[in-house]
Structures are given as structure tokens and as C-alpha cells.
Ligand binder design. Structure first.
Ligand code: ADP
Ligand code: ADP
Length: 227
């Protein structure tokens, strides 16, 4: 479970990006943050793994203050998937996927075996392992990004517009595969999108932001649609 308790972020220039946010992302579920550009979604997400420091308030991961968790632990616990996958360009697919396991001291052979399994899980066969990111399509890069995040087997995943860099058909396919993976793994996921259809399709719980980092409404997809 990820809990935000009265969290505010004011940037150095005085912009209030998130204003007194209190929400909970339940264990094993997908919570989607949705809203127009600039409403504070990415800021909210990045405060969880402390890529951005909150100005006020607390964020708890399974009851533990995320401000007290060190960087290495954070990477073990939280997978992070961004738009355009964010792969290391000078590393092969398999080395990208193994980056966090290597950091954690997992043996090379074991890490690579697991990487192959994850590639299969996201719908890529072994011929992709030795390629470089630039040799893949956008949709294939996104798949590798998801595999890389899963490689550390983190209980939590943060996903920022994970499927938006690809065309609508590939996006639907990626969303479906992602739901299938989540069905087995049941990670606690916090996801950002500006696409309400994506939010309704993927979210167990949806948090709708309005401008200024304020929550306009939240609930299950059925509850959001009923309003
Ligand atoms: P979203 O992800 O919903 O598009 P962001 O969280 O990126 O929104 O941004 C929320 C607000 O904070 C916007 O007004 C944005 O311009 C501002 N903002 C984001 N990053 C910074 C920063 N580093 N410094 C100042 N303002 C920022
Ligand atoms: P830098 O070394 O430039 O500060 P970071 O260490 O923040 O960069 O991030 C390096 C790469 O690791 C980026 O691609 C980023 O998306 C990814 N990353 C950052 N935080 C995490 C995390 N908690 N878990 C997994 N990957 C992360």
C-alpha cells in the first residue's frame, strides 16, 4: 500500500504542483492518476521514490516513511517505467533488464536467465536479448522497459505514461498484455496517464486531478463513470 498524507509540493519558483494530497494506492491493485497536462501527476509519482522531495506531508510505503528509505532499497522495492522506456542506449536489451539485479548482487547467469523469462512474459523472444534499444520499435522498447522494471521483482511499480509513445493499436496490445501480467503478479501499481480511456481500462482505482494538484474525484471506474 502507498499512502499520501497531506502531501504538498511547491517548486523553488513558487509553483504549487501538488496541494495537500491524501490518497491511498491499495496493495495488489492498479491506481491510476489521470488529468490534464500540468496538473501534478508526474510530481506526485516521483515523490514516491524521492526523485522529487515533497515540501510537506508524508508518503508511506507499506507503513514506512519513504523519506527514510535509502536509494538502493528504493530501487529494490520500486520499479519505475517511463514514457519512451528510458533504456540505457549503450547497453543491450538483456543488460538493460539485468541492471538492477546486477546492482543487487544477483549472479550474472541467474540474472540473464530471469531476463529471458521476462522477455518472454512481455512478448519478445530470445532474439531480442542481444539487440540495442535503437534496433527496436517504440512498442518493443516499452516492453523492455516493463521487463526491466519487473526484473528486480519489486512489490511496487510507478509508471508514467508507460504506453503513450506508441500508436493506438500497439498501445491496446501493450495494455492487454500488461493486465495479463498484473493478473499473475498483483503488484501495487501507481500509474500516470492523461488518457481517461486508458485510466478506465487499466485502473482498479482512479484519481482524477484538476489543475493545481488538487483531486477532483476518485473511485472505481464504475463510480467515476456514474458521476
Ligand atoms: P503533469 O505530470 O500532470 O503534467 P507535473 O507534475 O509535471 O504535471 O507539473 C505540475 C506543475 O508543476 C506544472 O505547473 C509544472 O509546470 C510545474 N513543474 C513541474 N516541474 C517543475 C520544476 N522542476 N520547477 C518548477 N515547476 C515545475
Ligand atoms: P542519474 O544517475 O542521472 O541521477 P538516476 O539514477 O536518477 O539518474 O536514474 C538512472 C536511470 O534509472 C533512469 O533511467 C531512471 O529512469 C531509472 N530509475 C530511477 N529511479 C529508479 C527506481 N527507483 N527504480 C528503477 N529505476 C529507476
Amino acid at each position: 500500500m502507498i499512502e499520501f498524507s497531506d502531501v504538498t509540493k511547491v517548486y523553488d519558483d513558487g509553483t504549487t504542483a501538488v496541494d495537500d494530497l491524501s490518497i491511498t494506492a491499495p496493495t495488489g491493485k492498479i491506481t491510476v492518476l489521470v488529468g490534464p497536462s500540468g496538473c501534478g501527476k508526474t510530481t506526485t509519482l516521483r515523490m514516491v521514490n524521492r526523485l522529487i522531495e515533497p515540501t510537506r506531508g508524508k508518503i508511506l510505503l507499506g507503513g514506512e516513511d519513504s523519506g527514510e528509505i535509502d536509494r538502493i532499497q528504493m530501487r529494490r522495492r520500486i520499479g519505475y517505467v517511463i514514457q519512451n522506456a528510458g533504456l540505457f542506449p549503450h547497453q543491450t536489451v538483456v543488460d538493460n533488464i539485468c541492471a538492477v539485479p546486477y546492482l543487487n548482487g544477483v549472479k550474472r547467469g541467474e540474472a540473464r536467465r530471469r531476463a529471458q523469462e521476462l522477455l518472454t512474459l512481455v512478448g519478445l523472444d530470445e532474439t531480442y536479448a542481444k539487440r540495442y534499444p535503437w534496433q527496436l520499435s517504440g512498442g518493443q522498447q516499452q516492453r523492455v522497459g516493463v521487463a526491466r522494471a519487473l526484473a528486480a521483482d519489486p512489490p511496487y511499480m510507478l509508471m508514467d505514461e508507460p504506453f503513450s509513445a506508441v500508436d493506438p493499436i500497439v498501445r491496446k496490445q501493450l495494455q492487454q498484455e500488461f493486465l495479463r501480467i498484473q493478473g499473475d503478479l498483483a503488484k501495487t501499481i501507481l500509474m500516470v496517464t492523461h488518457d481517461i480511456d486508458e485510466a478506465l481500462r487499466l485502473g482498479d482505482q482512479i484519481v482524477v486531478f484538476s489543475e493545481g494538484g488538487v483531486v477532483a474525484q476518485s473511485g472505481s471506474p464504475a463510480e467515476i463513470l456514474a458521476r
